[in-house]
Design a protein around this ligand. Sequence first.
Ligand SMILES: [Zn+2]
Length: 308
Amino acid sequence: MSSHALSHPRFFVVELGGTWTRLSVASDVEQIVDARTQMIRTTTPQATLEWIFEQVSDQAGRPLEGIAVASFGPLNLERGIISMHSPKLAWRGFNLRQAFTERFPRALFSLTTDTQASALGEAVHGIGHDQGVIAYVTVGTGVGLGLASSQTGILSTSGHPEFGHIRVSRRMGDLFQGVCSFHGDCLEGLVSGPALAVRAGVPDATELPDSDSIWSDVCNELGSALATLTLTVAPNRIILGGGIASRPFLHEHVRNSMDRQIGVYLDGAGHPTSDTRIARPSLGVNSALIGAFAHLDRKFQSKDRTES
Ligand SMILES: [Zn+2]
């Protein structure tokens, strides 16, 4: 009998977000609920990790058998190092894997990106359950993509997609140059929260009314991106989340734009219709924590199978 057959191991799950760091100690995903998660603002690596480690120290008693981290990117997943081009300057080159494994040498460690974790969370425990390959697209401060299925876990585990930086088709005559410091008018440079604020001349994209004319261009650009995603990966579901995409009117316009840009080409090809393909997230703010838990649990189960 395996050592954890009677009770599931206890995992420490961390979402290292660009703005907030959240964590939870859980033996199953039901324990990851808002009331039981703790959070602080993500500042420097030193201060943020010191706080994380303090929370672990407070968990005396049953041993912690694994630590799962879902981090902002870009990062080198194999080496566990945050990219030297990360917009978060203090974190450039920081070795997450080393920091956690040196502090907890006996715990199993897993690392993925926050968006990939959200994709896996929705695929295993959310609206993407048993849907085959699902795509999770987040549109907020940045634009990200994760691909996962409940059967095979996260797709592309050695690297991660950088979907936010693809080119999209734009309205003729739209001269906005975009805000991406690398590409100007890539997808993220056009439709992220900071892009919308500059585009509309407001301090914060949350102040933009739904009636603003900017949304027409934004929905068409997102429709172009999702058409590319559909034609490239053919996911069974596209879960469209994030602060910008949470506007109630937006999904329908993006869906119509995607349909228009694909045309009739996929009719009869066995693809889901766009009515069912684009969905809203179902796990709320906990999607990345739940996905990080699922990611580590898969690793734990396969290790246990290998050892038994
Ligand atoms: Zn870019």
